[in-house]
Design a protein around this ligand. Structure first.
Ligand SMILES: [Zn+2]
Length: 527
């Protein structure tokens, strides 16, 4: 999702409990969740339980589970026994009675209820959105990136450990449909005028990817012939928007075509792909990408690049679906490394254009988004306290990757690397460092300083130069130590590589000026 606004604050014990792989987390590995809840649109409450199944990695007796007030854990049961729970803000420490032997697979049932926090400005300040559609019917959705899934259900709210599979059962009043991630396994009608939908996710999923969406939905679908065979693509939209959606969602198979080309097979064939209409802008919920871009091209009708190319596609369909590869397939362990999601997904927007409109269109788009870069704070945030870095992770991340593509100078190789990333880190949580090392290894270039410059520093490399007596003198300023990225310059209409460093270099030229090829995200200063 797009990022707006950031708080600066001192970190608290709660931040550490949330953002650290604590001792009460690291001894157990998530294997399965069954989230089983009732949603009451009139009372704006939820109640139910999450069954948390886990494999014991180390003998230990306390388990940290996260759930944010005002929701309350009412009891925790293991094998019929109620367990003692020590509450510490958003963290809850469960005292297990039984010996947790290494290798065994156990489960607890965490019962909870209450009025979940309402989203203030979904999805950036998320929670539950309780809206109404034009016919006055409930139109409800969850969003929780950053704030955490524990804003609405109890779980291990740290990104490093993804559950292997999950069942989501949601009970709602008859006449409404709940759409969650994965595939609909069963619909159960009850005598009390409610209906329960059971959605099964057959793949690892991160916490913030889990969602419920409740409305008077209508459904249409298509089968996409993809790299791994037929892929079900299902669309859930408000009843009144069906015809509009059938036309507008033609961007979805176009998206699938472009991204399978550049990134490899859609990572969740078993779960299918869905677009689900919601009352907020959108979010990359895994296999149920949520959509609220008002059936407009661009970002709510606007082009983030100001080039016109951004109006060739629906930003939310393309961007949020791009996250299926970078966010849902390859997932950050720590939100400090969120650029792995947003840098690559910002970059995916121009690869969509590249596939359908060509290389020049894509370059114009990504270069056009540079005006949004602030260079205020480094892209990488603070580790272990659930703190993301600068919003520059989007346009600057995209422009860094576009620059890297120039350095590789071989688009087939670049494509193999992007596909290789999705294969090598398939369904994994990663650190930025792992991605950086992979890119260095696969490109055959030591990119250490390149990433330090663009991810860990706010300065943009500047080529200082002068031309005197047919002699070009040049060097880099505003760089981290030993940054020496080659760049292409145009001299007398001829493109050539130069190799600037911190120290001055000279070369003969027969020109009054030079220009840097704009694909490189560097600045120039003629002295
Ligand atoms: Zn995003």
């Amino acid at each position: 999702m797009s990022l707006q606004g950031q708080n600066t604050k001192n970190y608290t014990r709660q931040d550490t409990l949330r953002g650290t792989i604590t001792a009460d987390r690291e001894w157990w590995d998530l294997t399965y969740y069954h989230l089983d809840i009732k949603v009451d649109p009139d009372a704006k409450t939820i109640s139910g339980k999450n069954t948390i199944q886990y494999k014991v990695l180390k003998e230990y007796s306390t388990m940290q589970i996260d759930l944010q007030p005002p929701l309350q854990i009412t009891r925790v049961i293991q094998n019929g026994d109620e367990l003692e729970v020590i509450h510490d803000g958003n963290a809850h420490f469960i005292k297990l009675n039984e010996t947790q032997s290494v290798g065994s697979v156990n489960a607890i049932d965490v019962y909870y209820k209450g009025k979940p926090k309402e989203a203030v400005r979904a999805p950036w300040d998320g929670g539950f959105s309780w809206e109404k559609d034009n016919n006055g019917k409930p139109f409800i959705a969850t969003s929780c990136q950053g704030i955490g899934a524990s804003i609405w259900w109890p779980n291990k709210d740290h990104m490093y450990d993804e559950v292997d599979s999950m069942l989501i059962s949601v009970n709602v009043p008859k006449g409404l449909t709940n759409v969650s991630n994965g595939r609909l396994r069963k619909l159960e009608e009850h005598d009390d005028n409610t209906v329960t939908s059971h959605w099964f996710i057959n793949n690892p999923i991160n916490n913030y990817g889990v969602n419920v969406n409740i409305a008077d939905y209508v459904h249409f679908s298509e089968v996409y012939q993809g790299e791994k065979g037929p892929l079900d693509m299902d669309y859930y939209v408000l009843r009144d928007n069906l015809e509009k959606a059938k036309e507008h969602f033609k961007d979805a198979p176009k998206m699938m075509k472009a991204f399978e080309h550049w990134f490899g097979p859609y990572p969740f064939y078993e779960d299918g792909f869905k677009l689900v209409e919601v009352p907020y802008l959108g979010m990359e919920h895994q296999s149920s990408v949520t959509y609220g871009n008002q059936y407009k091209k661009g970002y709510l009708g606007k082009d983030p690049s100001n080039t016109g190319w951004g109006l060739k596609f629906d930003f939310i369909i393309i961007h949020e679906s791009g996250h299926e590869w970078f966010a849902n397939n390859i997932t950050y362990k720590d939100v400090a490394d969120m650029w792995v999601h947003e840098g690559f997904t910002n970059y995916s927007e121009n690869l969509f254009l590249d596939y359908h409109y060509g290389k020049e269109a894509s370059a114009a788009y990504v270069i056009g988004t540079r005006k949004g870069i602030k260079n205020d704070k480094p892209i990488i945030g603070q580790y272990n306290v659930n703190k993301r870095g600068s919003g520059d992770m989007y346009p600057k991340g995209g422009n860094m990757l576009h620059t890297l593509r120039q350095l590789i100078e071989d688009d087939d190789k670049w494509r193999r690397i992007l596909r290789g990333l999705n294969k090598t880190f398939y369904h994994q949580t990663v650190t930025s460092k792992q991605i950086e090392d992979y890119l260095s290894a696969q490109t055959g270039k030591d990119l250490t300083k390149f990433f330090d410059q663009y991810l860990r520093d706010t300065r943009i490399p500047t080529l200082e130069y002068s031309i005197d007596n047919k002699k070009l003198k040049f060097r880099y300023t505003n760089i981290v130590k030993k940054f020496d990225m080659p760049i292409q310059v145009v001299i007398n209409d001829k493109t050539q590589w130069i190799f600037p460093k911190a120290d001055w270099k000279t070369m003969p030229v027969d020109a009054s000026d030079i220009s840097i090829v704009p694909d490189f995200y560097v600045r120039s200063k003629k002295l």
